[in-house]
Design a protein around this ligand. Structure first.
Ligand SMILES: Nc1ncnc2c1ncn2[C@@H]1O[C@H](COP(=O)(O)OP(=O)(O)OP(=O)(O)O)[C@@H](O)[C@H]1O
Length: 257
């Protein structure tokens, strides 16, 4: 799916959150949105996903190409997993397939397929309260994949997890993106995640949120490894881009507390 973000501006009452945001997302591309706290990353993701109408501008879907059997072209992965506690792993995944006119056999086949893809098969009958944070987020990913999306929209999907689980899931996301050629928009505070996963990184400045720079990382995602000198160089270039504003945003939050 090719998306064009065109002249997006958004204000919440008196707060001008985004101004004149323009860029394209190519099919199979992973775009990370980074920037200091409050620069409008989540607002932009919500606008791309159609959850929020922008004050001005539009999101153009330039080609309508979607995977076969796609039930929801733009699909969210939430940082807090958003699982139903009274449903099993398989039940949580199957939930998003209900009300789409699929037969039970089709639903079961899709659930089995994504359970395999996310290494959750052995946990299919477990309930969310029995799972670690990392396993819960795997269920979140499996649920998103079950609708065969054209693009995944991910809002800090690893931020609720401990450091070791983050590293494990980061490897799994990289493998997933490399294997499926999935189009994705990935919001993160974490520059390490951005350089592991993204083909391009959109760095935003704040007040109002505008594009500071679009940074390209031209190493195939499948070839990226933790600690690669080239990735460390990209991470440090990104930090130099947002450093001053990140420090200012941090001080501002400290003053409020
Ligand atoms: N519902 C809302 N009502 C009023 N102001 C809002 C609302 N949501 C966000 N804002 C403001 O809009 C600006 C952008 O917020 P947003 O959450 O999109 O930024 P962010 O970059 O995702 O922040 P963070 O990194 O802290 O999650 C901030 O100044 C925020 O306070």
């Amino acid at each position: 799916m090719r998306l064009q973000i065109k002249g997006i501006c958004h204000s919440y009452d008196q707060v001008e959150a985004l101004r004149d945001i323009d860029f394209g997302i190519e099919p199979g591309e992973v775009v990370a949105l980074i920037g200091p706290s409050g620069c409008g990353k989540s607002t932009l993701l919500s606008i791309i996903g159609g959850l929020l109408a922008p004050t001005r501008g539009e999101i153009l879907i330039c080609d309508k190409a979607t995977p076969e059997g796609c039930l929801n072209p733009l699909t969210y992965v939430f940082q807090d997993f958003a699982l139903l506690p009274w449903r099993t792993v398989a039940g949580n995944i199957s939930l998003v397939l209900e009300d789409h006119g699929l037969s039970k056999a089709d639903r079961d086949a899709r659930v089995a397929e994504v359970l395999e893809q996310t290494n959750l098969w052995d946990f299919r009958d477990a309930y969310p309260k029995q799972l670690s944070g990392g396993m819960k987020q795997r269920v979140g990913i499996a649920r998103a994949l079950a609708v065969r999306p054209a693009a995944l929209l991910m809002d800090e999907p690893l931020s609720a997890l401990d450091a070791q689980t983050r590293i494990l899931l980061l490897d799994e996301f990289a493998a997933l993106f490399a294997r499926t050629g999935m189009t994705a928009v990935y919001v993160t505070h974490n520059l390490n995640e951005a350089v592991r996963l993204a083909n391009r990184v959109v760095a935003l400045r704040r007040r109002p949120g505008t594009i500071k720079e679009i940074h390209t990382i031209d190493i195939p995602i499948a070839e990226r490894r933790e600690g690669m000198p080239e990735l460390i160089a990209h991470e440090s270039a990104l930090w130099n881009l947002i450093r001053d504003e990140a420090i200012a945003a941090d001080k501002e939050l400290e003053n409020v507390a």
